[in-house]
Design a protein around this ligand. Structure first.
Ligand SMILES: Nc1nc2c(ncn2[C@@H]2O[C@H](COP(=O)(O)OP(=O)(O)OP(=O)(O)O)[C@@H](O)[C@H]2O)c(=O)[nH]1
Ligand SMILES: [Zn+2]
Length: 213
């Protein structure tokens, strides 16, 4: 994929408010021009009061929503530590927002991640699992790929004995348009290593499904 060069390219942190998520390198001017064109194409007046700043707002929003394109999972998982824990670690209900690559509308839901540390006993900080989800969610996505990418990144960078990733989400492309079925939830999973073992997998799934929320 080639990223167009423009004087309006804004890199990470340059225009972000303190504490805001880093934004990706996107061509703001090009997004603004495209949004103006879409507004005109749907019969709107891009110059009317409420819409005049919309192209710039959309460019800033896209920079944030697609910031995962310029983030490296290796960095997120770069800090690990050893603890004496050989059993499964599971973080569930990691809220996620992503963008369906077919319609460029959101899908949102939760990820649940379980892993068993590898022979070297390394674990990651719990927050890094949520950051890892964001690295892949903040891209044009399909849910299956998002699920697989999170699992594969953990396998590659943490070398665990086993991994289970479950993602459940509602796709607005199925709710607000098209087939119009609000409330339908899609569940995907990716399982690697010892978590493929039926008993271990069943234990992880019961922990995921037994959530109270
Ligand atoms: N497998 C999968 N499909 C998805 C995902 N997000 C959206 N879709 C589907 O992608 C399909 C795209 O189908 P198309 O027929 O090319 O597009 P469309 O005419 O807009 O389809 P409708 O949504 O049925 O109106 C739709 O069935 C969507 O529900 C996803 O994460 N995974
Ligand atoms: Zn869609």
């Amino acid at each position: 994929m080639s990223i167009p060069v423009s004087t309006d390219l804004v890199g990470p942190d340059e225009e972000d408010a303190p504490g805001a998520p880093a934004t990706t390198q996107v061509d703001h001017a090009r997004i603004e021009a495209a949004v103006r064109e879409i507004l005109a194409a749907i019969g709107e007046d891009p110059e009317r009061d409420g819409l005049r700043d919309t192209p710039a707002r959309v460019a800033r929003a896209y920079a944030e929503v697609f910031s995962g394109l310029s983030q490296d999972p290796a960095e997120v998982l770069g800090t690990t530590f050893d603890v004496e824990h050989e059993e499964m670690i599971l973080v569930r209900d990691i809220e996620l927002h992503s963008t369906c690559e077919h319609h460029l509308v959101p899908f949102h839901g939760a990820a649940h991640i379980a892993y068993i540390p590898g022979a070297d006993g390394r674990v990651v900080g719990l927050s890094k699992l949520a950051r890892l989800v964001d690295v892949f969610a903040r891209r044009p996505q399909v849910q299956e790929r998002l699920t697989t990418q999170v699992a594969e990144a953990l396998v590659e960078h943490l070398d665990p004995a086993g991994v289970l990733v479950v993602v459940e989400a509602e796709h607005l492309c199925m709710s607000m348009r098209g087939v119009r079925r609000p409330g339908a939830r899609t569940i995907t999973s990716a399982v690697r290593g010892q978590l493929r073992n039926p008993a271990t997998r069943a234990e992880a799934m019961s922990l995921v499904m037994g959530r109270t929320s």
